[in-house]
Design a protein around this ligand. Structure first.
Ligand code: ATP
Ligand code: MG
Length: 453
């Protein structure tokens, strides 16, 4: 009893330490003995899901590698300032979605990364990677945003993204769009469409912003609360509204496309030509503005209609000013990020990523010596590239064979007294007819590799 009280007190103390500025949350911490659950909007990936995730990432990584992109891994925590300065103070992410807390040991304000681009640019500058060397990079991992969880929208979610830093031409925008198109094709996702827009240069954006504010001021009475709030902070975001009552108003608003600077217009033409050359279909959506401040010129989204409101599976664009803004020598850049959970939802039930990993062989064994022979044989087969499970926990051969069958393995490898005495292994096909045979390890390996009996 006393021990329990001490432990409870300790947990409460630890909890208060984390949430000192938020006592209401500290009170909701479960007492000892009750079942604890994951944080809302943050999911466990059970083995079959984790395997699908891993396979998806491996597949995307191999496509990215084939275009010359290299992996960059950055920490999940960054200084809050990095995101405030890059994403923008009056964006949804910075205003209300970031997990920000103070490091009590040194007073720094830290934030769990809500996206990958800012950290990628930070790392490139910190390690001087750009010096005469444009970089093609990709990253993958968890991102954190305090949003209302729903299907396809979580508080910890995962992105894989690519960034080409030090490239100014529309060829790289096109390259990244082609990478995505190749991915959807290879994953069997045919119902995905591409929307494009150009945001022009900062001056064009400023001109557009002025006209937009004047327009919405003239129609102030028609705006909703969100719109009024954004009118003077981030009017571009009003164009992005999901409120059906505002659609007509937004439709008739001044368009950035009509006031693009000449260079941005030429860049956009160049991109469209390259996409046409590659046979990539797209629609230009003048209302596509993206939620982050750092974008300019090209912005794009890939959208699936099979995911309801969470239809955007990939979003990207150009951010030519960001490197300089973070203290580097000006370098144009373009990138995109894919929402992995949304891709996995689209892939459910599709053969592209099989649900379970099927081992080549399941090794059953009986007796002390047989167990050691089984372990050594399995290691040797793994050296030769085969996935092999060794039965654990003993039991009769018959029940071990049931486990072998349930594992999905193509073969059972059997190690009993007689096999040990003969210095060989028993091999029995589990997915097709065939007798058990006594074989040397090399012969077993050849059968696992697909050689006929
Ligand atoms: P949305 O409009 O859906 O909120 P966003 O514009 O905030 O998306 P980006 O910052 O562009 O999203 O992130 C790129 C991609 O990451 C999105 O297209 C989406 O697939 C995925 N994504 C973003 N937020 C979440 C989330 N909370 N849960 C799951 N996936 C997400
Ligand atoms: Mg969002």
């Amino acid at each position: 009893m006393r021990r329990q009280a001490i432990l409870t007190g300790f947990v409460q103390l630890a909890c208060n330490r984390v949430h000192r500025s938020c006592p209401a949350r500290a009170r909701t911490f479960s007492p000892m003995g009750s079942t604890l659950q994951a944080v809302r909007g943050m999911n466990d990936l059970l083995p079959a899901q984790a395997l699908r995730y891993r396979r998806l990432v491996a597949h995307i990584a191999s496509v990215l590698a084939s275009y010359g992109y290299h992996e960059l891994r950055t920490p999940v925590l960054e200084r809050t300032e990095l995101f405030v300065r890059t994403i923008g103070e009056v964006t949804d992410i910075v205003e209300k979605e970031m997990y920000t807390f103070r490091d009590e040991l040194n007073g720094e304000s830290l934030t769990l990364r809500p996206e990958g681009t800012a950290a990628c640019v930070r790392a490139v500058l910190e390690h001087n990677l750009l010096y005469g060397n444009p970089q093609r990079l990709w990253y993958e991992g968890p991102m954190f945003r305090h949003e209302r969880p729903q299907k396809g929208r979580y508080r910890q979610f995962h992105q894989i993204g690519a960034e080409a830093i030090g490239f100014g031409g529309p060829d790289v925008d096109a390259e990244q769009i082609l990478i995505c198109a190749r991915l959807w094709r290879s994953l069997g996702l045919s119902q995905v469409r591409l929307e494009l827009n150009s945001l022009g240069d900062p001056a064009a954006r400023a001109r557009h912003r002025e006209l937009l504010v004047a327009y919405f001021e003239r129609h102030h009475d028609q705006l909703d609360e969100d719109g009024r709030r954004r009118l003077h902070t981030n009017p571009l975001r009003i164009l992005d509204t999901k409120n059906p009552a505002l659609q007509d108003l937004v439709e008739a608003a001044p368009r950035l496309a009509d006031m693009l600077d000449t260079e941005s217009a030429a860049h956009f033409d160049g991109l469209r030509e390259r996409l046409a050359d590659a046979g990539i279909e797209f629609t230009v959506n003048p209302r596509l503005v993206r939620g982050l401040d750092y974008y300019n010129r090209t912005v794009f989204e890939w959208i699936s209609d099979d995911l309801g409101a969470q239809g955007t599976i990939c979003a990207g664009g150009r951010y030519d000013g960001l490197v300089e803004q973070l203290g580097g020598r000006a370098a144009a850049a373009c990138g995109f990020a894919i929402g992995l959970e949304r891709i996995l939802l689209l892939l459910e039930g599709k053969p592209a990523l099989a649900d379970v990993q099927t081992p080549a062989a399941y090794v059953v064994h009986h007796g002390e010596e047989a167990a050691r022979v089984a372990a050594a044989a399995a290691e040797r087969l793994r050296d030769l590239g085969h996935a092999v499970i060794v039965h654990g926990g003993g039991g009769k051969f018959a029940s071990q064979m049931k486990r072998a069958d349930a594992s999905g393995a193509r073969f059972a490898v059997i190690v009993g007294e007689s096999e040990v005495a003969a210095g060989k292994l028993g091999l029995k096909p589990l997915r097709e007819p065939g007798e058990q045979q006594l074989l040397a390890l090399d012969a077993v390996a050849r059968r696992l590799a697909g050689d006929p009996a």
